[in-house]
Design a protein around this ligand. Structure first.
Ligand code: PLP
Length: 409
């Protein structure tokens, strides 16, 4: 539906920073407007030959109805594909809509899914409930351990789904190694790369079939629009658009697409700022008397720092910390912090912090084996505070945290 298709490829030879600004976009042919138009129209003047059914639709048809495709959304999708270096991408109403759509596309009753034991909580809950309910076989596997993945592969394994760094413990998975396991098993590999962003890691270049994002986080970057995406091969994306976009209807609003498109232009420079502030805050916390442990892929103390260095061109802006005073701190943080907001979500220009007690998340969201629980605790202790370091001045963030922490030291 994409009269605009082709703009992404025009910029494919340029570097990431240039693609973040220009890919997918083009001056409006009628008005000459330099910035992308926000096209809110739900319907478009139709070709008299056009079919009412999605069955006869093709990706290069003209725009027809916004659930099929929309000029503003198409620009966002092309920019996403250009940054992930995949053939195509599709945007969704939320990150969860993208994940659900991917499962719907890849899995049928009787198929087998290898799902990382620690993934975004709602993904874990949805798999255990809905996917299990329709007869998909699921193995929960610590995907940082390649032997566990190898041991879980079955004849009917259709999809391996990982998150790296994973939410909330920031454990990493070696994408290239898992991609080769998936290939030899004839399964597809999907990577939720929300924490890494294409600035740190481009999973498709490492052999992944699908790259999933919550656009709500770094890619939009400003905490004002919810969205999600799948990037991958054009044939799959066309199928997903038909089944999940046109028929399931989990499409993104053009207004949200426009906000996220606007945010994406600064993704490369925001990620530099996030990483640089996060390094400073991580060092500050690692040396703070109230803090017992900090986990950040950019710290030498991260158990997989070597993998982080080889797989991530940017360590991103999320860290976790542990403290013996954890139980009293949510209240203190919510009352005393002035710069850092005590709130969920991450990847915004604003710093955000949230408390994740281990017993609670293990019982509500994950049903893990004893050794998997032990591995979770190796990264999370009794509880973590997940801190998404924003792009404020790092010294101000540290001072804000120090002031709040003085309540317990
Ligand atoms: C937030 C998040 C999601 C879900 O995205 P929404 O846009 O909130 O639906 C999925 N995966 C990860 C890693 C996330 O952080």
């Amino acid at each position: 539906m994409h009269l605009l298709l082709g703009f992404a490829s025009k910029f494919m030879k340029t570097n990431l920073k240039t693609r973040a600004v220009h890919a997918g976009e083009s001056p409006d042919p009628t008005t000459g407007a330099s910035s992308p138009n926000l096209v809110m129209s739900s319907t478009f003047l139709a070709d008299p030959e056009a079919s009412f059914s999605a069955e006869g639709s093709h990706d290069d048809d003209s725009f027809f109805y916004t659930r099929w495709g929309n000029p503003t959304v198409a620009q966002l999708e092309q920019k996403l594909a250009a940054l992930e270096e995949t053939e195509a991408a599709m945007a969704f109403a939320s990150g969860m809509a993208a994940v659900t759509g991917l499962f719907f596309h890849c899995l049928r009753p009787g198929d087998h899914l290898i799902l990382a034991d620690v993934v975004y909580a709602a993904v874990s809950e949805m798999a255990g409930d809905w996917l299990k309910g329709i007869g998909v076989e699921i193995s929960r596997v610590d995907t940082s351990d390649l032997e566990s993945i190898r041991g879980a592969i079955r004849e009917n394994t259709k999809l391996i789904y990982i998150e790296t760094p994973c939410n909330p413990i920031l454990r990493l998975t070696d994408i290239a190694a898992v991609a080769s396991l998936a290939k030899s098993a004839g399964a597809r590999l999907a990577v939720d790369s929300t924490f890494a962003t294409p600035i740190a890691t481009q999973p498709a270049k490492l052999g992944a079939d699908f790259v999933v994002h919550s656009l709500t986080k770094y890619i939009g970057g400003h905490g004002d629009a919810i969205g999600g995406s799948i990037a991958g091969p054009a044939d799959d994306i066309a199928e997903i658009r038909k089944k999940v976009g046109i028929r399931m209807g989990s499409i993104i609003s053009p207004f949200n697409a426009w906000l996220i498109l606007r945010g994406m232009a600064t993704l490369p420079i925001r990620m530099q700022a996030h990483e640089s502030a996060a390094k400073e805050v991580a060092n500050f916390l690692e040396n703070h008397s109230a803090i017992s442990r900090v986990i950040y892929p950019g710290l030498e103390s991260h158990p997989q720092h070597e993998l982080a260095k080889s797989q991530m061109a940017n360590f991103s802006g999320i860290l976790t910390f542990q403290t013996p005073h954890h139980a009293v701190l949510p209240k203190i943080f919510s009352e005393k912090l002035q710069i850092v907001h005590y709130a969920v979500s991450l990847g915004h220009h604003r710093s955000l912090i949230f408390y994740i007690p281990t017993d609670e998340i293990l019982s509500t969201s994950f049903s893990l084996t004893e050794s998997q629980e032990e591995n979770y605790r190796n990264f999370a202790g009794d509880a973590v505070f997940r801190l998404s370091v924003g792009i404020e001045d790092a010294a101000d963030i540290c001072e804000d945290l120090d002031r709040a922490l003085s309540g317990v030291t």
